[in-house]
Design a protein around this ligand. Structure first.
Ligand code: DSN
Length: 398
């Protein structure tokens, strides 16, 4: 394939993004400013090390950017310490494990099937191979149950409890879980990758004071380009985290991304961002309500964030595919206590961040929910034009 074919492919992908509805809960449309700053001349520069302590010359200007990014993230999440270098959420989490644990130490986490993440101990992931993983489950109401967690902590004495999930639409009682963990000498890692935008807007309680470390990705509700961050209020732990990120996990940081992170933190530290996340929440609640009204089942009958699960009676893989043919993208997902395989699990996961970035509101998301129900029920490919018309009315970048 020559260079021009690649340009063509990019054009096709860009048109596809413009003409489809994105309900993938872990995706969003990166802010334009963040995109621009992520493609600067820093693409040419190695900036290994930390501000004022680099292993390459010529990093003085970059020190200013990284320091700004650190300070802005601390302001945004009210944390005393922050590391903005992790390339991804996975590397951020690995750095925490490397700091707090040694091989075979016990981690207590929510299993993947109930809404946990691969890096929280899935057996084929590094986390499941290096550490001794024990899982807590959701209770009969599909909620996190502090009492169950406490019983497991007392019995199993894990060294680390992981809170924060990939597909959980309910509340987490960080304070109570912190008290339980503290009494049992267990660290807490709060992985806020999905909900970080809500936390910095004050719509979900900030776990920084109730966790030893907080990790997050930057590209979901925060709207930055892909990356990770680590936050803590504990200086001793954080010094170790810094050496775990570099040189423990990574060599040179992705300099451009650190500048883009600064831009996104700045954008999130603004009233407009609060309005934006409030609208995501409104959209998420309206869409879920429409599904419930149409007779569908969710794991919990409410959501406090951008996402929710919908149980699918037929094959979720086929539903994902038929929705894609209609111009709607989402992912199939486990439902709590799922007995099906990860290839054809029992649910679909729906996230409202991306359509809210396109400025869709109550009317549009209700319409979309009804389209999705009609498509699921009739297995038809007849909504393509309606989706295109909707997308044309709400361009991604105006
Ligand atoms: N798979 C993404 C998620 O949905 O949480 C992140 O790795």
């Amino acid at each position: 394939m020559n260079f021009y074919n690649f340009i063509n492919l990019l054009k096709i992908e860009s048109i596809k993004q413009e003409k489809t509805i994105n309900l993938i809960a872990s995706e969003n449309y990166t802010s334009l400013a963040s995109i621009i700053y992520s493609s600067s001349c820093y693409i040419n520069k190695y900036t290994e090390g930390y501000p004022n302590n680099r292993y390459y010359s010529g990093c003085k200007i970059f020190d200013i950017f990284e320091n700004k990014s650190i300070i802005e993230s601390q302001l945004l999440f009210s944390s005393l310490f922050s590391n903005v270098q992790p390339h991804s959420g996975t590397q951020a989490n690995f750095s925490v494990f490397q700091t707090l644990l040694t091989k075979n130490d016990k981690i207590l986490s929510l299993d993947l099937k109930s809404g946990g993440h691969l890096t929280h101990g899935f057996k084929k992931n590094f986390s499941g191979q290096i550490y001794n993983i024990i899982n807590y489950c959701l209770d009969k109401n599909n909620k996190i149950n502090n009492y169950n967690i406490e019983l497991i902590i007392k019995k199993e004495k894990p060294k680390l409890l992981i809170l924060g999930y990939s597909s959980y639409q309910g509340k987490i009682d960080w304070k109570n879980l912190k008290n339980i963990s503290k009494k049992n000498n267990c660290y807490i890692l709060s992985d806020i990758s999905h909900i970080s935008g809500f936390i910095c807007s004050g719509l979900i309680e900030n776990p920084i004071n109730f966790s030893n470390v907080v990790s997050s990705t930057t590209h979901k509700t925060l709207r930055c380009i892909k990356g990770g961050i680590l936050l803590s209020n504990n200086e001793k732990i954080f010094n170790k985290i810094n050496s775990s990120v570099f040189p423990g996990q990574q060599g040179g940081c992705i300099s451009n991304n650190i500048i883009a992170k600064y831009i996104s933190f700045k954008e999130a530290n603004n009233f407009n961002f609060i309005y934006y996340t409030k609208q995501i929440l409104i959209n998420s609640k309206i869409m879920l309500k429409t599904f419930l009204y149409r007779g569908y089942k969710s794991s919990i009958n409410e959501t406090i964030n951008h996402m929710f699960l919908i149980k699918i009676q037929s094959c979720s893989l086929l539903i994902e595919k038929i929705l894609e043919k209609n111009g709607i993208l989402l992912n199939r997902n486990f439902f709590p206590n799922d007995f099906k395989t990860s290839f054809k699990p029992s649910a679909i996961r729906i996230g409202l961040s991306a359509v809210t970035t396109r400025k869709m509101k109550n009317l549009e998301v209700e319409l979309l929910a009804n389209y999705i129900c009609d498509i699921i029920e009739n297995n038809e490919k007849k909504f393509n034009n309606k989706i295109k018309i909707l997308c044309n009315k709400f361009p991604i970048y105006k």
